[in-house]
Design a protein around this ligand. Sequence first.
Ligand code: UD2
Length: 309
Amino acid sequence: MAKVLVTGAAGFIGSHTTDLLLREGHAVLGLDNFRTGHRRNLAGALASPAFELLEADVAEPGVVARAAGRFRPDAIIHLAALVSVQESIQDPVLNRRLNFTATELVAEAARRHAVGRIVFASSAAIYGDTTDLPITEETAKQPISPYGEAKLQSEGVLLAAGAGLTARCHRYFNVFGPRQDPASPYSGVISIFERRYREGQGVTIYGDGRQTRDFISVHDVARANVIAATKPGIASGAANICTGRATSLLDVVAEFARHYPQVPPPRHAAARAGDIIHSLGRPDRARTELGFAAQVSVADGLAELIRAG
Ligand code: UD2
């Protein structure tokens, strides 16, 4: 049994990671200020005696350090973040605070209280809009948003922290699954489409729909997080967390249409400014360094999402 401090525990990825840690018999201190997380995401966790919730802001100096001093975690999974690329452009100061300063505070808390591991939510956004596919960890890092830039700099802070700390930086690709917030037009496309199909409305495809993404289930992402936090003998490093499979939006829509044959077909609108056409990661390093490989197909993940609806 390990003791794990999860920041952003009430968020999309944080709550699934918390649930999996608890299922595997670990003790979790979840930290969240509910800026974008939701208490309902923790309904299962809150029923467990092995879970404790701390409502606090990870970017507030002293908060993580005090939590680590009291809870004495073996690992910190740092997922609290400003999650919207769009919002990072509109409010770069807040982005800096939540996506960079908070990481420094987590690293400092780990150092002060001898926490041996940090798992960090990085992003494929650090690679920018490269056309050199599939993206490997060596691909040039040229972020094109404050969000991607802060994630890249956070990786630097963690990977330079020194021998006492094992830092694992997870470069998530397009994560989808239950509890992802569909509220904004810039939310993940699958969560937007799921809500529209469930409500019987057609979806809008920006462009011709042949654009592809490496969609990975949040259950696989949670498993990668738990492995990185708890598996013995893991060294520091950064790795793509992806499937290595490209799925087009037309494929996604065809899958939804199988479940909702009565919903009108999609309409097409102009491609979004700045949209990338293809994104695909190479998953080999996570397999070698963590023993992690994604298992959930897009078809199975969508079916689960629709059931969870
Ligand atoms: C963006 C973010 C990424 C993450 C992700 C949400 C950048 C560089 N990256 O990536 O960090 O936040 O969004 O999972 O900004 N689309 C439609 N109809 C819709 C919504 C989207 O056709 O109603 C298209 C969209 O134009 C794009 C594709 O679906 O071509 C995927 O969109 P997305 O927002 O889910 O993901 P992505 O990879 O653009």
